[in-house]
Design a protein around this ligand. Structure first.
Ligand code: FES
Length: 70
């Protein structure tokens, strides 16, 4: 786990299989995977990790964190 809870950079293209059975694909040469679970385009980083505050209660990100999943 990155020390600053930033993204995990992996060489692309990648296919990410999520627990709900969906598959997300990126054809970029380098892909930033979200490790903070705040991204609005999870499992990919959208730079939401840069915000200092926790996601708002009731938001999609807060629900994902509370569920411990995607
Ligand atoms: S690591 Fe960047 S939004 Fe989660």
């Amino acid at each position: 786990m990155p020390a600053d809870r930033g993204p995990i950079l992996v060489e692309g293209p990648v296919e990410v299989h999520l627990p709900d059975g969906t598959v997300r694909r990126s054809d970029r040469p380098v892909v930033a995977l979200c490790a903070c679970r705040r991204s609005r385009c999870y499992p990919f980083c959208d730079t939401s990790h840069r915000r200092r505050s926790a996601p708002a209660a009731g938001s999609d990100s807060a629900r994902r964190i509370a569920q411990g999943g995607q």
